[in-house]
Ligand binder design. Structure first.
Ligand code: SAH
Length: 402
């Protein structure tokens, strides 16, 4: 088997079972492995460290399949890994809340580069790295066998594939022709998910429990849902007894889907306002119009995929949070999220604090939110904890508004 020999002293992160080998840590490559092929990773003294997928195009030159020198990477290996991932989903009773959830969360389920989401009896698969691309057919066969679903649809069209030297690919991978629009249920609400054209694999499954929680907080409140996509938080809020809900997104298609989702759940169109607008602009306009709300949700897209973009992203987060605090009535609730890998929970909290300071308001954090249990975090891969949320209650003004 081909092998990567690390530079002296560069074995530390692998000894802590972190699954990535960066190009700069590699002293020597023995053999000529194809992209995605399995290589042994060894310390400078030749000691075995891990068995990994080789990715010649990426700065993350290898991703670990196993740290066990006696474990072969073959069909049986992936059967064990997938079965373990499925078993983890059984424990927290996810199926009771929804028939749509993440079955495989890549590195966090010890299958780097593979994301699998379940929507009813269809799986949507995302292959993000050279290693998972190498095993794609095997993984599809095993997933079909282990889950008994009707079809597997591929959405390998995420930008990160480019870093691995892979072209985007989408389409039906297993099963017969299917309707790409699937109606899922989430805490008793219905949502139509378009697995062919929707964002990511079709739906933001990581926010399921937080949407439900916002529904519980919404009774009797005027709600503003920023970055609403297909209306997830809006419809939970409406069912929860919100007085009114304004939903803002730049995507016209998402707003149409949001209105359809409201109708699907028998929610009256009056009281719901759908606004196609840039949130940064809309919040300023609301401020100039002196509009205000009792509950605001901010769930923006990733402003900082990696730490390199953290500074610019921080300015974006601070801007929308400052404006939201200003639009919030005293006693109002701000539910604010970041899904940026480059901004950790502590930094996000600091950004929101400085937004409150600039808005001149007092606020208390009453709840911390995160991704749901179907998006587990490997204890050795803290990067997997990407979604953080704060529920803040606004107090009074502490300084005069500028
Ligand atoms: N809260 C949603 C998911 C939000 S994803 C849910 O629970 O399903 C982020 C959304 O922000 C996407 O729908 C995207 O179209 C939208 N978006 C991105 N940039 C935006 C901007 N500047 N203004 C308004 N919407 C934006």
């Amino acid at each position: 088997m081909a092998s990567l020999i690390l530079k002296p002293g560069r074995e530390k992160s692998l000894l802590r079972r972190h699954p990535w080998v960066f190009s700069g840590a590699i002293g020597q490559l023995n053999g000529d492995p194809a992209p995605g092929a399995t290589v042994d990773v060894r310390a400078a003294d030749g000691a075995f460290l891990a068995r990994a997928a080789y990715s010649p195009a990426s700065q993350i030159r290898a991703r670990v399949w196993t740290f066990d020198p006696d474990e072969a990477v073959d069909v049986e290996f992936f059967r064990r890994r997938l079965a373990a991932a499925l078993a983890r989903r059984a424990t927290p009773g996810l199926a009771a809340a929804s028939d749509a959830f993440r079955l495989v969360h890549a590195e966090s389920d010890q299958i780097p580069g593979l994301v699998v989401d379940r929507y009813g009896d269809v799986l949507v698969l995302q292959v993000l790295t050279a290693g998972s691309e190498f095993w794609r057919e095997t993984l599809a066969d095993l997933l079909l066998e282990l889950t008994g679903v009707r079809a597997i649809y591929e959405r390998s069209d995420a930008d990160v594939r480019e870093l691995e030297g892979l072209q985007p690919r989408t389409g039906l991978l297993r099963g017969l022709v299917i309707d790409s629009r699937i109606v899922i249920q989430e805490y008793g609400l219905k949502f139509t998910v378009d697995i062919a054209t929707g964002h990511k694999t079709g739906f933001y499954l990581d926010q399921r429990a937080n949407r439900n929680r916002v529904g519980q907080l919404a009774a009797g409140r005027d709600v503003l849902n920023c970055f609403c996509y297909t209306g997830g938080f809006s419809i939970h809020a409406a069912r929860g007894g919100a007085k009114s809900v304004v939903s803002v997104d730049t995507s016209a298609d998402a707003l149409v889907a949001g209105q359809e989702n409201a109708a699907l759940n028998g929610i009256q169109a009056e009281g719901l306002e759908w606004l196609e607008a840039d949130v940064f602009t809309a919040l300023r306009k609301f401020r100039d119009q002196n509009r205000s709300w009792d509950l605001i949700v901010l769930d923006p897209p990733k402003f900082a995929p990696t730490a390199a973009q953290a500074e610019k992203a921080a300015r974006g987060y601070k801007d929308i949070n400052r404006l939201a605090f200003k639009l919030l009535r005293p006693g109002g609730i701000l539910t604010t999220f970041s899904c940026s890998g480059g901004i950790d929970a502590a930094l996000f909290q600091k950004i929101v604090a400085s937004a409150a300071l600039d808005a001149g308001v007092e606020a208390q954090i009453v709840e911390y939110m995160a991704q749901g249990p179907d998006h587990p975090v490997s204890i050795h891969f803290p990067e997997g904890a990407y979604l953080k949320g704060l529920v803040c209650v606004r107090g009074g003004l502490v300084v005069a508004k500028r």
